[in-house]
Design a protein around this ligand. Structure first.
Ligand SMILES: Cc1cc2nc3c(=O)[nH]c(=O)nc-3n(C[C@H](O)[C@H](O)[C@H](O)COP(=O)(O)OP(=O)(O)OC[C@H]3O[C@@H](n4cnc5c(N)ncnc54)[C@H](O)[C@@H]3O)c2cc1C
Length: 445
């Protein structure tokens, strides 16, 4: 390993964002002998993986599960000495279709599924099987996902099984998604099986907070700093040279420049054009043209389960959701816990609807799926929102993304888009963040 410079300014590296990627960057910098200074806008660690107090239960605002193939995460848990906090559960999938709850997610369930012809089932199953076995994605990169899937599964299975999953996540963007990106999602979950019939998914004891706290402790123990409630307002570049960062001060007084010769930003890319105004126009325009899906995620604590499924796909003309996650069927807990994500483009009028609107929908949807549920079975229910929850990856997405290492020396800018075609995920953010940190340490003059 190259030794870090002894000069104290050069040894400090600013890291923007304390989500999984920012913390992985900082963790790796500490391992390499550097001094990361992490700036986080929120009042807590974690970004999309952050927890909140749900009436006495510390739980993530958004559900998280892990797959057997999540190598970046498993490696990090090992390195932090917390691999024993990982738990694996044999989970069940279901499909709510034609007002019935049916099994889903294995060959037998597919054969027994009511509402699809045998030909449609065979075509659907073949596509899922081949996608799971496939390893290369380059020839899918420039294909659109809808045409790719329809070609394989036919119109019947597309309409019955796939269409609402696209329409209720991507709305008007669903016609122009990368087949490589959709394939990587099928591939990741498809490979998390202990056998053809058994799906095996994981969770961390204590949730993502276990990972976040262990990372923060290791960063601080290695001499790094983490500043919460500290949004970076500008990355300053003077005459093509990186000068440092400005952070918002609570008293509103214009803050001084904090000098840094290296800055690694992990905040969502749509914020970057405003954050780094001195970037070349073409680079800023490239970030500004990227589109993201937002999420309003409702979490309900219940006295009774909705079903015995962890993941429930939904195709119901009365429900504007593609599915729901009954988290307590993965991670057993005292009460039953259900997450219902409403993914939608942030500019969609529905995103402006009140939390109460989403919450009321969820109450009625859950009672429709399980008519035994009564109003008094709802112990508590809340909604959380994240504006940049998911990049929209259209065909050829990688070509339009500025590389993480920018032409300004010492500046790296990345978010979950950068590990395309993989979908955003904790494991991927960990692995990518560590790579970024290694590059930053080994950059030469
Ligand atoms: C509903 C939902 C379900 C998910 N389910 C799973 C799952 O089951 N499994 C899985 O592996 N992954 C899942 N994910 C994805 C996972 O949460 C993300 O991949 C991961 O959190 C990305 O981490 P990140 O650090 O790259 O980005 P983020 O988590 O977005 O972190 C970015 C950070 O930057 C901060 N920031 C923004 N602006 C500034 C600024 N100006 N200055 C300083 N800081 C700033 C933000 O506050 C945030 O903390 C899910 C996500 C969502 C929304």
């Amino acid at each position: 390993m190259e030794s870090p410079p002894s000069n104290s300014t050069d040894n400090r590296i600013a890291v923007l964002g304390a989500g999984p990627m920012g913390l992985a960057v900082a963790y790796q910098l500490v391992q390499e002998g550097y001094h990361p200074v992490v700036f986080e806008a929120d009042d807590r660690l974690g970004g999309m993986t952050a927890s909140f107090d749900f009436n006495g239960l510390q739980i993530e605002r958004y559900y998280h599960f892990h797959c057997l193939s999540d190598h970046g995460l498993l490696q990090m848990l090992d390195d932090l000495g917390i691999a024993d906090r990982m738990r694996w559960t044999e989970t069940r999938m279901g499909y709510w279709y034609q007002n019935q709850l049916q099994d889903w997610g294995n060959p037998l369930a597919l054969l027994r599924f009511r509402g699809l012809s045998l030909t449609a089932k065979i075509r659907y199953g073949l596509h899922a099987f081949v996608s799971t076995k496939r390893t290369g994605w380059q020839d899918l990169d420039h294909q659109d996902a809808r045409s790719w899937i329809r070609r394989w599964v036919g119109d019947e299975a597309w309409q019955a099984v796939w269409r609402t999953l696209f329409d209720y996540k991507f709305y008007h963007y669903s016609d122009n998604l990368s087949a490589a990106w959709i394939w990587s999602r099928i591939h990741r979950v498809g490979r998390s099986r202990s056998s053809l019939m058994r799906e095996c998914l994981g969770y961390l004891e204590g949730g993502s907070e276990t990972l976040l706290q262990a990372l923060a402790a290791a960063i601080r123990a290695g001499g790094g700093e983490i500043h919460l409630n500290t949004p970076v307002t500008e990355v300053v570049i003077n005459d093509q040279q990186l000068a440092g960062v400005k952070v918002a001060s609570p008293d509103g007084v214009t803050p001084d420049l904090q000098p840094f010769t290296r800055v690694i930003s992990t905040i969502p890319l749509p914020y970057v054009p405003k954050l780094i105004p001195a970037l070349p126009d073409a680079t800023r325009a490239a970030y500004a043209s990227l589109r993201n899906i937002a999420v309003v995620c409702v979490i309900a604590k219940l006295r009774q389960p909705v079903s015995d499924k962890f993941w429930l796909n939904i195709n119901d003309p009365e429900m504007d959701i593609p599915g729901l996650v009954e988290y307590s069927n993965l991670h057993p807990m005292e009460n039953h816990l259900v997450y219902v994500p409403f993914y939608l483009p942030g500019e969609h009028a529905k995103f402006a609807d009140s939390d109460a609107t989403f919450i009321n929908k969820v109450r009625s949807y859950l009672k429709k799926i399980n008519p035994r549920l009564q109003d008094n079975d709802f112990i508590d229910i809340r909604a959380s929102r994240y504006r940049y929850a998911q990049p929209i990856c259209e065909p050829g997405f990688a070509d339009r993304l500025p590389p993480a290492e920018l032409p300004i020396k010492g500046l790296w800018v990345a978010d979950t888009s950068h590990y395309y075609p993989s979908d955003r995920g904790i494991s991927e953010s960990m692995e990518f963040g560590r790579q970024l940190a290694r590059q930053a340490c080994h950059q030469r003059d």
